[in-house]
Design a protein around this ligand. Structure first.
Ligand code: MV4
Length: 495
């Protein structure tokens, strides 16, 4: 086993990885930028190396600097987390060349699965259902028009190098095809440096259901059940749950087998995610493979009891998987909410600044993967995720109640968060009924206004005064005679 790992990331995920390293008696090396001198992950590591200026290209995306930091500190392996270099084949390859273990799949696998049309060809060969559409990219609008005759409108233009919704265009009639293709291609070109596009049949109102997979270096591949990730805002997931309310045991079995077949087709080693779209008729289609540990991995950990980071490290160290498919089962239900520093009342724009005070919820079945602390200043330079709140309970209904309670108990003063928005989604009829389709937010929450926001600035002043002056016990008399918690109100406060 390794005795030192460098974590090439920041924020909550860096701390999450370090927690497992400590349990495994592995020393940790943090890397950080000048904007992150006071970041939590720096404090949590055994050692920390400053990479340089805040620009990602000078720090968290700088392959040379990260390799140098790993060598200088004697780390034997690098965990990339998610984002940054996690799915960069050049980084994985550089690690391979430098005899540094990259905790993830091979450069080759990352490269091949990054090409969406190649991935589609690979999957179809192995009998994994893919969305009807093209298997090669095409730039000529006349050829695209001929392809649509096969597929039928509506079609979706996608980028070959895509993912995450960039370079996607829905086309509903032939008059719009040419222009949509040009704008999709130029968007893809600027986002990915590759303007190649292709067409798929457009699936209306789908669900996004993904399977966690693990593969070791001995050819063993298993899945760890699914995550339903349909609740998204502009291709940003905000609420994830497992099990999916849409799957029957039979469908789960079929999709799980397809996920394992997809991973095998790619020669997949380490932890990965096979994404599927599920249509209104219960048909599922391969979408893509994410070759990283995902943001939402904790819900899988909650129901399976398996530490995915530990599995990643064991696999990277060359150890075989210790369980087979029949050892995997899910207990109860888990939900994750992502807590960003953003203003839900102003188009979810980032809300950076100093977190004067944070009080995290606690209690049975509650997990908080956080990268912040009271007094921490959220830098403007990076993804504004503060933490992830994960709850577990026996039944879906209890899990929703527990999450709403935990969100109400979550106090973050100084930056704004989508907590009131999350509470309202979780309390909404479609969510409670399990009608979690990818269009839920655009359909039911376009003109959202918070249902429980407090405008009582006296309450804010009260709590800040109490904290700042460290007074014990101040009695607050509620005007309406109800039992009153300033914490609960303040979690939703907006000055
Ligand atoms: C689709 C689709 C409908 N039809 N493909 C969006 C992100 C990218 N990974 C795949 N996405 C979609 N692909 C076909 N053929 C609808 C989406 C989609 C979506 C998928 C998952 C979760 C949220 C979504 C929101 C809008 C569109």
């Amino acid at each position: 086993m390794f005795n030192k790992i460098l974590i090439a990331n920041r924020g909550e995920i860096a701390g999450r990885i370090m927690a497992t390293c400590r349990e495994m008696d592995i020393k940790t090396v943090a890397v950080y930028s000048e904007a992150d001198r006071d970041a939590l992950h720096v404090l949590e590591a055994d050692q920390a190396v400053c990479l340089g200026p805040s620009e990602p290209s000078e720090s968290y995306l700088n392959i040379n600097k990260i390799i140098a930091a790993a060598k200088q500190t004697g780390a034997q392996a690098i965990h990339p987390g998610y984002g940054f270099l996690a799915e960069n084949p050049a980084f994985a390859q550089r690690c391979e060349q430098e005899k540094m273990i990259f905790i993830g799949p091979t450069a080759r696998t990352i490269q091949d699965l990054g090409d969406k049309t190649l991935a589609r060809r690979t999957m179809i060969e192995k009998g994994v259902p893919v969305i009807p559409g093209m298997m090669r990219s095409e730039a000529d609008p006349d050829v695209l028009a001929r392809e649509v005759e096969q597929i039928g409108y509506p079609v979706l233009i996608k980028a070959v190098a895509g993912g995450g919704g960039k370079g996607m265009r829905v086309v509903r009639s032939s008059g719009d095809l040419r222009e949509a293709a040009m704008s999709a291609s130029s968007e893809a070109k600027s986002a990915f440096g590759n303007g190649a596009i292709y067409l798929e049949k457009y699936i209306d109102k789908p669900r996004h259901v993904e399977f966690q997979i693990l593969g070791d270096t001995y050819g063993n591949v298993i899945h760890l059940l699914e995550r339903e990730c349909s609740i998204q805002r502009r291709h940003q997931k905000i609420i994830e749950e497992t099990p999916s309310p849409a799957l029957t045991p039979e469908l789960r079995e079929k999709m799980g087998k397809a996920a394992v077949a997809a991973a095998r087709a790619a020669g997949y080693v380490n932890a990965g995610t096979v994404e599927f779209l599920l249509d209104q008729d219960g048909n599922f289609y391969f979408l893509e493979v994410n070759t990283r540990l995902q943001v939402e991995h904790p819900i899988t950990e909650m129901i399976t009891g398996i530490d995915l980071v530990r599995q990643q490290i064991e696999i990277a160290a060359g150890n075989p998987l210790r369980f087979s498919q029949s050892d995997i089962w899910g207990r109860g239900h888990a939900i994750e909410c992502r807590i960003y520093a953003e203003d839900p009342l102003s188009a979810f724009l980032p809300s950076s600044g100093r977190i004067h005070f944070v009080k995290e919820p606690r209690g049975p079945g509650i997990r908080n993967d956080s990268g912040v602390y009271s007094g921490y200043t959220v830098p403007v330079e990076y993804d504004p995720i503060l933490s992830k709140l994960i709850v577990h309970a026996e039944k879906r209904e209890e899990c929703i109640c527990r999450m709403i309670r935990a969100l109400k108990d979550y106090v973050i003063l100084g930056v704004l968060t989508p907590i009131p928005f999350l509470i309202d989604i979780l309390s909404s009829e479609p969510f409670i009924k399990g009608e979690t389709y990818t269009d839920l937010i655009e359909t039911h929450f376009v003109d959202w206004h918070p249902s429980i926001i407090s405008s009582d600035s006296v309450v804010l002043a009260y709590v800040i005064d109490k904290i700042a002056n460290r007074r014990d016990q101040v009695n607050f008399t509620p005007t309406d005679g109800e039992a009153y918690s300033p914490w609960q109100t303040l979690g939703n406060f907006r000055p």
